[in-house]
Design a protein. Structure first.
Length: 162
């Protein structure tokens, strides 16, 4: 960490991200007690003024390299929509639309086509439900909060409830 990049010399230009990483490293050395506040501010000024890797290395002089923290495992991949999800969303759109159109026709279909408003509202709801993906609806949210009548999987169920 205290040298120029591997295989390179100190004359290569440093990026903003590399300067920010060097500043974060200096903050860690300050927290660990290796630098006084005065040394830290002096070196921080050097880091943000640095244009090359060699200048960044000089700002890290006399400091041991920080051990790299263990990589954080990536979270679960976003779930893909299941094949039946689109069909359920379309059924949720079609049912109220067909019923309201049937009522409009049975009533003599006078006036404006008001079932269009029902179709618009149910279409927006179906689109919202489908776009959020599986496991993000009200039922899944209640299940995560333990409000569906079953205890969350990470807690022990009270005796006599299962």
């Amino acid at each position: 960490m205290n040298d120029a990049p591997p295989g390179g010399d100190g004359s290569l230009r440093a990026s903003d991200a590399e300067r920010d990483a060097a500043a974060a490293e200096l903050r860690q050395h300050l927290e660990d007690g290796r630098l006084t506040m005065e040394e830290f501010t002096e070196r921080l000024d050097e880091v943000y003024a640095a244009r090359t890797h060699g200048q960044l290395a000089r700002a890290r002089r006399e400091l041991p390299p920080l051990s790299r923290p263990a990589p954080v495992p990536a979270g679960p991949r976003p779930a893909r929509p299941r094949p039946g999800d689109l069909a359920r969303s379309l059924t949720g759109l079609a049912s109220p639309s067909l019923i309201s159109t049937g009522v409009w026709l049975a009533a003599g279909h006078r006036g404006a086509f008001w079932p269009g408003w029902v179709m618009l509202a149910s279409g927006a709801a179906a689109l919202r439900r489908f776009s959020r993906g599986p496991g993000r609806g009200r039922r899944a949210r209640m299940r995560r909060l333990g409000m569906d009548g079953w205890p969350p999987s990470d807690r022990q169920a009270p005796p006599g409830t299962l």
